[in-house]
Ligand binder design. Structure first.
Ligand code: ATP
Length: 919
């Protein structure tokens, strides 16, 4: 049984119960009904202090949560049953979610003691990966999104007309149910999918006709009423959140996506409007530096793929003081800016904070005692906040004036943020006046509302207090009246107040004493007056508790009406925390403020110019890091060669990370940097790295290359690492060469291309914008040391065998490889070998020789059969071979292939064709 089928067996009313439907006990009948109504989730049914599941669901709960499977027996049968304690439910719920289940909490919605007969129960909350709100199930530093995708046509104007649908328009909306953040965007299919990958919602509701490809993340796909995607229904839903729904969105698809996302969020939260969703924000993906899922992954922004687990750009930057800041930092990093003014505004703010160490330290201290206002206010609105939450809100608001003081006005952005720090005195005073400073967790048992807040409550409390005082003086009075010194007045839960007299003194008990309880050595009594006082005290405390609860709910509702103002403060605090974090990181790690080119963006002197650049993550893991410059004119292609492990990948990534950081508004790890504002960063890194299920490595590599060739622009930065390695050297080289030429001639994207194909370095000879960079290593007595410094020109050595030796390949294999290298390329024996070394180390000697012929021929076509200029290259040994007609045909076919317009499958077919011709 697959996972979905297994889930089906536990969702819905248990078939065995349905067989005896009419005879079920009232409680199980209620359970079966709720299961039938919520047949898209495991129903957890509150019975007292436990959530119970029955039958198939019980087995799933017992298995997943590792709790005991028990049975419930009644006249209609024996029902498997498993329960989880409500007090401690979070951990179990998390396991159910992790196992892919959706959970519906069916809670007792009336007081069991007040119910006459069966307690009323209702599903109050659906818990799914995208709709969790429970603090314990949420990651404090990450937004948890629920997403909806809709496909459809027409822009806002043509929506009501009969204009033909532009079926390629996609709408995408996400809602963070725990904070109320709601984003909507629309774009063509490719861009929308990219945005979807970037937002990576935990759960996805997919509209009709959207066939999504495999995604690089793994959201739960939730079937939801297609009707929610209907434009009119969506407009209706959205109108509860935005007075003019059509002004928020720009297309039908967007309207339908956001409508469906909100409708599903409402459904999950018990079908009520989410008051705390106060802003539905539309954005255009083109307003941000586009980083697709591949780039985010290969630049290791959030997840590390290397042995340095946990070392990511995010972890290096994350000096945030509060959860608000942490989530905001993540959002900024996922979405760097492209608007120069906005970038400069952030940089100005970071700059100002860099200059003021004291303000930074104070800000950090104040912000570290700030609670997660966004989630707090959402709980307040959902009526889930307790008294402690309200006090946390007050503690946070108490900090706001102090934060304001420290922010200063060092930059326009800081001044703006300062202005938006509404001190919310009214809310702060309301909570301060209403709620005691250290309230209990329970809000129904009194002790929550402060004295002096409500006259009626004070009055009732006065009555109870007077009663208690009367009782506390009773002991002395009765001792005096009866002359019994050992007489005691006490209280217990079952019998209430009593007067206790030891057996030897029983003869002195007055007539008005009534016997309440007999113990071994004493008797307990009450008097009519004591009983009356007791009733008075109990009545007063019950009334006080009820009144306190009502007052608490009123205060909470009053605070909820200020959600939007509180969210605005949360917003400003989040921004401030990130700006001060960026300043802290810049100062601690000696980063420099980047400059952006002014003027004509097509100026060829634009481009990336970094002095003393470092890799922000690698430099933290190394004792010493060698800084390297980067001078990449706009539209140039730098071919980066060098031995394995010499630092090529690190270098390329550090250039990209510098650009990303700069557009986030951060200083960069360099002595200085002059940068363009990029529109996109593309990466195609590592042939063996991204093995996705079902696709061959090469196929995936080619799809990514196609993506880049299609979508890169003159404002893009492209990193290519070892493109073409997934196939034979000859084919790989041909593809690498063709891609280089295309990027340079047609696209004009600034490109860094790390390669082991030395033949590719020739591309620099006939194109001004293509140039070589290399990393070197020093070889002494057969030992290799990497210098990690970049230099102009192509590399002359691969050191493949030495690296194999370093890696611990057995000595005999290393020796044999060396012999083979020498056989293939005798010149390498005197320490001037070319890339044949790497090939030999990989056991590809024969292929390298054969490849040399084709590569040289492709070269020859390109350069008019120019002889190789490098006498060191292994390929030079065969470079002058006469082209056969087959070779000519192959080369011609390759040159004619329009790679930018070739699907991966066509590319594979072409390659297999070419191979056939050769063989
Ligand atoms: N500039 C530098 N200063 C100090 N150490 C560095 C530097 N660059 C790289 N290194 C170290 O060298 C290691 C290998 O670097 P990197 O992975 O960039 O090499 P590579 O040339 O891309 O290797 P391969 O061709 O095998 O992929 C890094 O993990 C890092 O520890």
């Amino acid at each position: 049984m697959n996972a979905d089928a297994q889930r089906e067996a536990v969702y819905g009313a248990p078939p065995e119960m349905l067989e005896v439907r009419d005879d079920l006990t009232p409680m199980l009948s209620q359970y079966a009904d709720l299961c039938a109504e919520h047949d898209d989730a495991v129903v957890l049914f509150q019975v007292g202090d436990f959530y119970e599941a029955f039958c198939g669901a019980a087995e799933a709960v017992a298995r997943t949560c590792e709790v005991t499977l028990t049975q419930r027996e009644d006249s209609t049968g024996t029902w498997p049953m498993a329960g989880i304690p409500i007090d401690n439910a979070a951990g179990y719920l998390e396991r159910l979610l992790d196992a892919g289940y959706r959970v519906a909490l069916a809670e007792q919605v009336e007081d069991a003691e007040e119910a006459s007969g069966l307690v009323d129960r209702a599903v109050t909350q659906l818990i799914t990966p995208g709709t969790v709100v429970d603090e314990e199930l949420l990651d404090a530093g990450r937004a948890t999104y629920l997403g909806a995708v809709a496909r459809g046509g027409g822009d806002a104007e043509s929506r009501d007309s009969d204009a033909e649908d532009d079926t390629d328009t996609y709408g995408l909306a996400v809602v963070d149910v725990s904070t109320g953040e709601c984003l909507v965007t629309g774009a063509d299919r490719a861009l929308a999918l990219e945005e979807l990958e970037r937002l990576a919602p935990a759960e996805l509701v997919v509209g009709p006709d959207c066939d999504l490809p495999d995604l690089s993340f793994d959201p739960m796909e939730t079937p939801f009423e297609p009707g929610a995607f209907d434009a009119d229904a969506a407009r209706e839903t959205l109108s509860a959140y935005a007075p003019r729904p059509d002004a928020v969105v720009e297309s039908d698809a967007e309207l339908r996506a956001v409508g469906a996302a909100l409708a599903y969020a409402e459904y999950a939260q018990g079908d009520s409007t989410l008051e705390y969703v106060t802003r539905v924000t539309r954005f255009d993906p083109r307003e941000f530096l586009q980083l697709d899922a591949t780039a985010i992954r290969s630049l290791e922004l959030f997840e590390s793929r290397s042995a340095r687990a946990g070392s990511t750009l995010f972890s290096v930057l994350d000096e945030t003081a509060c959860a608000l800041g942490r989530r905001r930092l993540e959002a900024w990093l996922r979405r760097p800016l492209v608007d120069r003014d906005e970038i400069e505004a952030r940089l100005d703010a970071v700059d100002a904070l860099c200059d003021d160490a004291l303000a930074r330290a104070d800000l950090r201290e104040h912000l570290s005692s700030v609670y997660d206002l966004e989630r707090l206010v959402a709980r307040v609105s959902r009526e889930r906040a307790d008294a402690r939450d309200l006090r946390s809100l007050k503690t946070t608001l108490d900090r706001v004036p102090k934060v304001r003081e420290e922010v200063g006005t060092g930059s326009d952005l800081l001044a703006d943020l300062r202005d938006s720090l509404d001190e919310l005195e009214d809310v702060r005073d309301l909570v301060g006046d209403a709620i005691v400073s250290d309230p209990p967790q329970e809000i129904t048992e009194g002790g929550v509302i402060a004295d002096g807040f409500d006259a009626e409550l004070d009055d009732i409390r006065g009555t109870a207090e007077a009663g208690r005082e009367w009782v506390s003086n009773l002991e002395a009075r009765e001792q005096e009246r009866t002359g019994i010194d050992s007489l005691e007045v006490g209280y217990n839960q079952v019998h209430g107040y009593y007067i206790e007299v030891t057996n030897p003194n029983l003869d002195r008990v007055p007539d008005d004493y009534r016997r309440r309880q007999t113990l071994k050595n004493s008797e307990r009594f009450y008097t009519p007056e004591l009983k009356e006082r007791e009733d008075e005290i109990l009545r007063a405390s019950d009334r006080a508790d009820a009144l306190e609860y009502d007052l608490f709910c009123e205060v909470r509702a009053d605070v909820a009406t200020e959600s939007a103002r509180i969210q605005a403060v949360a917003d400003a605090l989040a921004d401030l925390d990130v700006l001060r974090t960026l300043a802290d990181v810049a100062v601690a790690n000696d980063y420099a403020r980047p400059e952006f080119h002014a003027g004509d963006p097509t100026d060829e002197h634009g481009g990336i110019h970094i002095d003393g650049g470092r890799h922000p993550v690698v430099e933290r893991a190394q004792d010493e890091f060698v800084p390297n410059p980067a001078d990449l004119p706009r539209g140039s292609v730098a071919l980066v060669t060098g031995p394995n492990m010499s630092g090529k990948s690190t270098y390329m990534r550090q250039v990209a990370l510098g650009c990303v950081l700069a557009q986030v508004g951060s200083f960069v790890p360099a002595a200085s940097a002059r940068l363009p504002v990029l529109d996109r960063v593309f990466t195609r890194i590592g042939a063996s790295d991204d093995i996705a299920g079902g696709q061959s490595t090469f196929m995936r590599e080619m799809s990514e290359l196609t993506e880049i060739l299609h979508n890169a622009t003159g404002d893009s930065l492209v990193l290519l690492d070892e493109v073409g390695r997934g196939t034979s050297t000859a084919d790989g080289l041909a593809i690498a060469r063709a891609a280089t030429e295309f990027l340079h001639d047609e696209v004009g994207a600034t490109t860094l291309f790390a390669t082991h194909y030395h033949d590719l370095t020739d591309a620099a000879d006939d194109r001004e914008g293509v140039f070589n960079l290399h990393f070197t290593a020093a070889r002494r007595d057969g030992e290799v040391t990497f210098l990690h410094s970049v230099a102009d020109g192509p590399s002359s050595s691969s050191y493949g065998v030495e690296v194999a030796q370093l890696a611990g390949v057995p000595a005999s294999v290393v020796a044999r490889a060396r012999d083979l290298v020498d056989e293939t390329d005798p010149e390498s024996a005197d320490d001037t070998e070319g890339d044949g070394v790497a090939a030999a180390a990989n056991g590809e000697v024969a292929e390298a020789a054969e490849d040399g012929t084709l590569a040289a021929y492709v070269d020859g076509l390109e350069n008019g059969h120019r002889e190789s200029e490098s006498p060191n290259r292994a390929t030079a040994t065969t470079a002058t071979a006469e082209p056969t007609p087959e070779l000519e045909a192959v080369a011609e076919a390759l040159r004619e292939a329009d790679l930018a317009d070739t699907t991966p499958l066509e590319a594979l077919n072409l390659l297999s064709d070419l191979k056939g011709k050769l063989e």
